[in-house]
Each structure stands twice: as structure tokens, then as C-alpha cells.
Design a protein around this ligand. Structure first.
Ligand SMILES: [Cu+2]
Length: 719
């Protein structure tokens, strides 16, 4: 059973447990001994099932059960035993007789209070998991115990005029509550995470491994309510132990290209504009140069990319972050950390050498949840020196703009002609907050690159679904067959339709929807013939006239999802899960009550905390770093580290058996555990965050700081 399923099952069992204990108590109070006894029996079975489900979940790792094993389960077991001992015999006796006297007997406090108490204890465990999550600490444990004790005392007092020892019990409860609240809410000293000591092997699912990590996590737990550790504080903490402090503003790209490289200059102006997605469908957007996506930036490897960003009228400010591109830290575009956001009327010039070949994208990082959603993004494609793409090379950013799925700059099917035999490359970019599923029908193909990095020995694919994480990129390559090829997104309408040259694309759209390389062989489509208000579905059925894809291929929803960790062939990597790591960080992702930007919120948390209270991860230049990311929640978290690509070591304890996987964004689904590694070889101050930007906005981000690098910026929130 998957961890996700076990988590759901455990939740179901815990709800059943709480409901049946409370039900038994309520029916006993209502003088219905038979119903109460039946519910009591179910509650006992449910409680035992809860013990089983928690222990089963523990097999996935300590992170998934820490608060359950240290508090919820002991509390439930103790309360169930008390209820069984006190209420059990009386219920059974009354159920057998069922006369008035025994009916009256089961409404006595000695029966009702323990039954309800077990229900409160079970409910407390659920509340703890949802509101606090990982990790449980002594403060929250005391608070929870106080709440349960208070509820039991209150119930007892309501049922009986005389409760023995009420005063001292109440006093103890109040003391526990105050002590717990003090532990939870009083600030402790700010902290940075230095990473736990190297552990050697990477055995998964072992309890001792989790227990080791717990030691490191305690630091985070006691940090709740601490002052922000970021915005320069983290950096100065690092510099205290490092060499000469270096401001991040010194870590900039060169002014001139390396020998043989050209300067690729681009001007981007952020401004509000209305964009047309299809005839009749206009959307107001935040744009670069009046268009969404922004201008397509292209360069050859070794060129100097120089981008002058101006802000016309985006009042919240704007920056440029180069997603997946390992630029110098001062060019990374994180407001409040590497620069100040560019205000209306302001400008900022970014310069960096195009060292990485492949498919990337750029977007604003100021109030990025809104900014990117509104359209402040574009594509960046770098090709090898002197090897301009041949054939048809399409860059296809996929985005939800104004509630409509847009491929390139259109919400309609894009139709292209290509001569059979033409090499085709489709560069898929997910600029949304959630994953998209791509299918390609009509031809076998290869997934040749992920997040800009070529895969090793990618095999031929057909009839599979490709799930692309938010922020991620896939490059698909194939040779144009004599029949049409169809790319679908989320198994809905045709997104891109390639038809053999000579076929009449009767309903072809304007071919400008995607970025096209200069060498493309595709012909321009006819002028749009669709009428206003055409839905994508209509466009699909109309476009079907351009040549039929075999009927069997149209049911793409059934196609299995490609497992990237098993695709392609292995190749040597500079480090493996058996390497000795200088730093070891664990990020447990969850939801819970936490302060984010000074306000209490039901936040997306990392180790129980939210930005900016999550300890900054500190590394030294040259460190080999292992990052373990655990998802305890019910949302998918596309994890994204700036400035470095990471090598996937394992997912859910299984090593990568296919091509080495170098990613800049990896989708950590509910219940998953990812181990990734990277070499700290790009000094600076970096964001390490969930690329579901609404999650990041609700606290799910932290900083990774190199020792000795400082930031003069204290302004914006860095999101
Ligand atoms: Cu997330």
C-alpha cells in the first residue's frame, strides 16, 4: 500500500475511532445500553485498527508518525483502557438485562465520562495531526493534554454535582495549559540549520534514521515564534564562522562575454496590458512588452545574456528569476535577498553567461504567486554553439491565464505543418502552480531532456502520460511521420497538432502561438476561421478534419504515467547515495498553524514552521549536500532550489534505475520521500521553496545560504 493511501486510511480510522467512542458515550447518556454497547465494541475494534494503521504508516518513516506515536496513540490507548475497565462491564450487564434499572445505570458518570473521554482523546489526535503536524513538541503535547483533561472535567462536572478532586485536577490542567502555551508561544533564540552529521548509508524507512533526523528537527520545533532568521541575519550568522564576508551584490555576471561569445541583449518592460488569446477572448494581464508569455529569449552556449528589465506600472514591483538557470546569486532576482524589487519607473540589468544548454524559463519573483499567474513569465532556450536546431523546434510554455489553459500565447489548438521526415523537438514548459499531464499521439518519440539536462539513453515512448511538475520542462523529440501527431494536455482538447506538409489544415490557427526556431520548416497556417466564443472542444472537432489520428490513440486518459526514475539507461554520476555528505537537511512538508510573515495562518509548513521562521540552511562552498524532502500533507509540492540542479538519489526508498535525473523542480506528492543531492558550487543566498507559488506565499519557503555571503536587502518577503 502506498504511503498516501496509508495516510488516508489512518485518517479514516481515527475519525471512526473518535466518532464511535463519542457515540457510545452519548447513547449511554441517552439510556440506550444496547446501542451504546454495540458502539463501544466498534470503538474498541477501531482503536485497535488505529494502532495498526499508525504502526503500518511508521514503515514509511518516522516523519509520518512522530506526533502519533509520541502522543496521540498513548493518549488513545490509555483512554480506551480506562473506558473499557470502567464502562465495559456496566454496559455489558445493562445490555443483557435491558430493564429500567440497567438503563438508568448506564447514564451514570462512571460510564458516560470515560466513554466520552476516549472520544476526546481520539479527536485530540486528529486535531494535533491537522493543526500542528510534524514535529510534535512538549509544548503542543501539554496544550493538547490540557484540552482533553479540561473537556473530561467539564463533562463530568456537567453530569454530577460532586466531582472528587475537581479543584486540584482543574489546577493541574490550568498549569499544563499555561506551561504548554508558554513553550509554544514564547520566542526562543533564532537558529540556522547546520545540517545533521553525515549518516553514511541512505537506508530508507528505517526508524533509527528518522530518529536521527528528529534530533536536528528539535531545533526547528523550539524555534516556533522566533524572530526572522533571514534577510541578512542568516547571512551574518554565516559570516561569523566563515572568512571575509562577501555581499551578494558582488556576486554578479561578467560585463563582457567569454571569448567567442556574443552579447544577446534584450529589453523587457513589465506593464499591464490586455492580451488576446483567441478571436474574441481578451484577458487583462501583467506582461513583459505587452505580451504573454514575454519575449522568447534565445542564445547560444557561451553567449552573454544581458536583459534590461524596466517596470512601467506594476505597482507591487517586479524582478526576473531565471528558473533552472544557475546564474550568479546577484542575478537571481529574489527581492529582499539578492536585490530590491524594481518599482514602477525603475530598472535593473541582469547579465550572465549562457553556460547551460536546454529549455528554461524566466519569471518575476516579487509577489510571484500573483505576478506569474497574471503573466509575468517567458521562455529561455539555449542551444549548443554552432548547432542551431534543424527541423521544427517548438517552445511550448503551458499556463493558465484568466482561468483558461494557454499553450504559447493562444487558448486554441495550434496547428503546424511539417514534411514527413522532419526532425521535431517540442519543448514543454509548465509555468503553472500544479502539474500537467502531456500525451503525444501519432508517433513514437523520446523524452530527450528534463529540466534542460539531456537524459542518458532515453528509449522510445508511445502511449504514456508525461506528468510535468510545476516549473519543470520536458523536451520531446521525434521524426515527423506521414500522419498527424497530436499533443494533448491533461487529456483534454488537442493542444498542438502537427500535420504532414501538403495536407490542408482547414482550420489551422495563426502559427504564431509558439516560439519557432528560424530554421523551422513549418508553413504558416491559414488565417483563423473560428468564430467568437469557440470552445477548445469545438476547435478540436473542427481540427479533426485535418487528418484523423487513429481512434485508439484518442483515449489518452488510460495511458499509464511514465516513471522517470526508471527511464533511460544509467550512467556514472559525480556522487551517489553512498557518497559522504558534508550536510544533510531534512524538510518535512505539511500544513499547520504557524506564523508566516508575522501573521498566524493555516500555513504550508516545513518542519512545522513557515517563512521566514524556517531556519536558513547554511552550507560552505564545496560542500556535498543531501536534501531529504518528505511530504506528510495532502497537496503536491514541486520543490525548487535556486542556483543548483539536484541529482535524484531515491524516491520512496527506491534508487533511480534509469538515466541519472538532474532536476531543478521535483514533484513531491503526498506521502512521498525524495532524496536528492547537490554540490554547493554556486556561492550566494538562495531560495529553497515550493514552486506551487500559492504554497510558497503561505510559508513554504526558506533560504539556503553560503557561509560568509551577506545581503544588504531587508525589504520584501522574498516570495
Ligand atoms: Cu507546495
Amino acid at each position: 500500500m502506498t504511503t498516501d493511501l496509508l495516510m488516508a486510511l489512518d485518517l479514516l480510522v481515527s475519525v471512526l475511532t473518535a466518532a464511535t467512542w463519542v457515540g457510545a458515550g452519548v447513547t449511554a447518556a441517552a439510556r440506550r445500553p444496547r446501542t451504546a454497547t454495540a458502539l463501544f465494541a466498534v470503538a474498541l475494534v477501531a482503536s485497535l485498527a488505529r494502532v495498526w494503521s499508525v504502526l503500518a504508516l511508521a514503515g514509511a518513516g518516522w516523519w509520518f508518525v512522530q506526533e502519533k506515536i509520541t502522543l496521540a496513540l498513548p493518549l488513545l490507548v490509555a483512554a480506551s483502557l480506562v473506558a473499557t475497565a470502567l464502562a465495559g462491564p456496566r454496559l455489558l450487564r445493562a445490555a443483557r438485562r435491558a430493564d429500567t434499572a440497567s438503563r438508568d445505570a448506564v447514564k451514570a458518570p462512571v460510564v458516560v465520562v470515560p466513554l466520552l473521554g476516549a472520544g476526546y482523546a481520539a479527536a485530540a489526535g486528529i486535531v494535533q495531526t491537522f493543526l500542528i503536524g510534524y514535529p510534535a513538541d512538549p509544548g503542543t503535547a501539554l496544550l493538547l493534554l490540557a484540552v482533553v483533561a479540561g473537556a473530561v472535567l467539564g463533562t463530568w462536572r456537567a453530569m454530577s454535582a460532586r466531582v472528587p478532586g475537581l479543584r486540584s485536577a482543574t489546577a493541574a490542567t490550568v498549569v499544563a495549559a499555561v506551561l504548554g502555551a508558554a513553550l509554544v508561544f514564547l520566542p526562543s533564540a533564532p537558529a540556522t540549520a547546520e545540517g545533521s552529521a553525515p549518516e553514511g548509508g541512505a537506508a530508507m524507512g528505517a526508524m533509527d534514521m528518522g530518529a536521527t533526523d528528529l534530533g536536528a528537527m528539535d531545533m526547528g520545533a523550539t524555534d516556533l515564534g522566533a524572530q526572522p532568521v533571514s534577510h541578512g541575519h542568516s547571512a551574518s550568522a554565516g559570516s561569523a564562522t566563515g572568512g571575509t564576508p562577501r555581499p551578494v551584490t558582488d556576486l554578479r555576471g561578467p560585463a563582457t562575454p567569454p571569448p567567442g561569445g556574443a552579447v544577446r541583449h534584450f529589453d523587457l518592460t513589465a506593464r499591464m496590458a490586455t492580451v488576446t488569446l483567441s478571436p474574441g477572448r481578451k484577458v487583462s494581464a501583467w506582461t513583459f512588452n505587452g505580451q504573454v508569455p514575454g519575449p522568447s529569449l534565445t542564445a547560444e552556449q557561451g553567449d552573454l545574456i544581458e536583459v534590461r528589465l524596466r517596470n512601467a506600472d506594476i505597482t507591487s514591483g517586479v524582478t526576473l528569476h531565471w528558473h533552472g538557470y544557475d546564474v550568479p546569486s546577484g542575478e537571481d532576482g529574489v527581492p529582499g535577498l539578492t536585490q530590491d524589487a524594481v518599482p514602477p519607473g525603475g530598472e535593473f540589468v541582469y547579465r550572465f553567461v549562457a553556460e547551460q544548454v536546454g529549455t528554461y524559463w524566466y519569471h518575476t519573483h516579487e509577489v510571484s504567486d500573483i505576478g506569474v499567474r497574471m503573466g509575468l513569465y517567458g521562455t529561455l532556450v539555449v542551444t549548443p554553439k554552432g548547432a542551431a536546431p534543424t527541423g521544427l523546434d517548438l517552445t511550448l510554455p503551458v499556463h493558465t491565464l484568466g482561468g483558461v489553459l494557454v499553450t504559447g500565447d493562444r487558448d486554441q489548438s495550434l496547428v503546424k505543418q511539417a514534411a514527413p521526415g522532419t526532425p521535431v523537438r517540442l519543448r514543454l514548459i509548465n509555468t503553472d502552480n500544479t502539474p500537467h499531464r502531456f500525451t503525444l499521439a501519432g508517433t513514437p518519440y523520446r523524452l530527450v531532456a528534463v529540466d534542460g539536462t539531456d537524459l542518458n539513453g532515453p528509449g522510445t515512448l508511445a502511449k504514456v502520460g508525461l506528468r510535468l511538475a510545476a516549473g519543470g520542462r520536458y523536451d520531446l523529440a521525434f521524426t515527423m511521420p506521414p500522419d498527424p501527431v497530436v499533443l494533448k494536455i491533461d487529456d483534454r482538447a488537442d493542444s498542438v497538432r502537427l500535420v504532414p506538409e501538403g495536407t490542408s489544415p482547414t482550420t489551422a490557427q495563426d502559427a504564431s502561438a509558439a516560439t519557432e526556431s528560424p530554421s523551422t520548416t513549418a508553413a504558416q497556417g491559414d488565417s483563423p476561421t473560428t468564430t467568437q466564443g469557440d470552445s477548445p472542444t469545438t476547435a478540436l472537432s473542427a481540427a479533426a478534419g485535418a487528418g484523423a489520428v487513429p481512434a485508439a490513440d484518442s483515449q489518452t486518459a488510460d495511458w499509464p504515467e511514465l516513471d522517470l526514475t526508471r527511464y533511460g539507461t544509467p550512467a556514472p554520476t559525480p556522487y551517489t547515495s553512498r557518497s559522504r555528505f558534508d550536510r544533510d537537511f531534512t524538510l518535512v512538508l505539511d500544513r499547520g498553524l504557524a506564523l508566516t510573515n508575522g501573521k498566524p495562518a493555516y500555513a504550508h509548513t516545513v518542519n512545522g514552521l513557515a517563512f521566514p521562521n524556517i531556519p536558513t540552511e547554511v552550507v560552505r562552498d564545496g560542500d556535498l549536500v543531501r536534501l531529504t524532502v518528505v511530504n506528510r500533507g495532502r497537496d503536491t509540492h514541486p520543490w525548487h532550489l535556486h542556483g543548483h540542479r539536484v541529482l535524484v538519489l531515491s524516491r520512496n526508498g527506491h534508487s533511480v534505475t534509469g538515466s541519472p535525473l538532474w532536476l531543478d523542480t521535483f514533484d513531491v506528492r503526498p506521502g512521498e520521500v525524495w532524496e536528492v543531492a547537490f554540490r554547493a558550487d554556486n556561492p550566494g543566498l538562495w531560495m529553497n521553496h515550493c514552486h506551487n507559488l500559492s504554497h510558497a506565499d503561505l510559508g513554504m519557503m526558506l533560504h539556503l545560504a553560503y557561509q560568509g555571503v551577506t545581503s544588504p536587502f531587508h525589504g520584501a518577503h522574498g516570495g
